[in-house]
Design a protein around this ligand. Structure first.
Ligand code: SF4
Length: 250
């Protein structure tokens, strides 16, 4: 085995062990069961969802943007909902504009609001580590939120705030054309998929949004509060990586 490859494998295992503790090593039998289940129908789609990206109630100039930079310029002063009045910074999104993978959270928190970048601080660091465990870096993916401005005191964004802001996210998805989306947390999942379901029911399912395979896992901030969910996140991202490999090998 070439030395560099050995080093990569060893680094990936160390990252996995650091983030997920001993689950990785306990899971050999469990993983086998998951694989047996998946192999019976690995790409089964739980639900197909058609979103109308380009023709919505809030259609305006920003729909004409043909790059992320142009879109950012057109919407960064938005005041369409009350969150615009209390934000420090508008948090557009960050990452590779040609990414195969988009990660979608619910809203900026305090640190994101200060820096104008999504998923920074402790939750952001954990997200980076989760990505590393499946051999991705932040630069490989694109990260955005359902709403671009921080809700006061980190409350969940309200339904009308999400509805007002979602066309911007749809436009980002339309410009990036990812092959896969990973929703982080229930609010993001319900906001994007328009389903009223629990995270427990949606986790592990593969949804199809306008042809983009979409999965759901816990938000890294929830994982910081409840380390017992590490096992579930480990299962989810393993399945997500398997799906990525299947889609991109063709
Ligand atoms: S949350 Fe979205 S819709 Fe509301 S002000 Fe910010 S950018 Fe505009």
């Amino acid at each position: 085995m070439p030395l560099q490859f050995k080093k990569m494998v060893s680094e990936a295992l160390i990252n996995q062990k650091l983030i997920f503790g001993d689950y990785l090593f306990e899971e050999i039998k469990y993983k086998k069961n998951i694989n047996e289940h998946e192999n019976s129908n690995p790409m089964k789609i739980a639900e197909k969802i058609e979103l109308n990206y380009g023709n919505n109630l809030f259609a305006s100039d920003f729909q004409k943007a043909d790059s992320l930079d142009e879109l950012n310029l057109l919407i960064k002063s938005c005041q369409k909902c009350s969150l615009g009045k209390t934000r420090i910074n508008f948090v557009f999104g960050v990452g590779n504009p040609n990414a195969d993978i988009m990660l979608i959270g619910e809203a900026p928190g305090a640190e994101e609001d200060k820096q104008g970048i999504p998923f920074v601080g402790r939750a952001g660091k954990l997200l980076n580590d989760i990505l590393k465990a499946i051999n991705f870096s932040r630069d490989d993916v694109y990260i955005a939120n359902i709403v671009k401005c921080r809700p006061p005191a980190n409350r969940n964004p309200l339904p009308n705030e999400m509805e007002t802001c979602l066309p911007y996210l749809y436009k980002q998805i339309d410009l990036i054309q990812p092959k896969l989306i990973l929703c982080l947390g229930l609010v993001a999942a319900n906001g994007l998929l328009k389903l009223k379901s629990s995270l427990t029911k949606m986790r592990g399912n593969i949804y199809d949004i306008n042809g983009i395979k979409t999965m759901i896992t816990y938000h890294p901030a929830a994982l910081l509060r409840n380390p017992a969910w590490k096992r579930s996140v480990w299962e989810d991202i393993q399945k997500f990586k398997k799906l990525y490999d299947e889609i991109t090998k063709n």
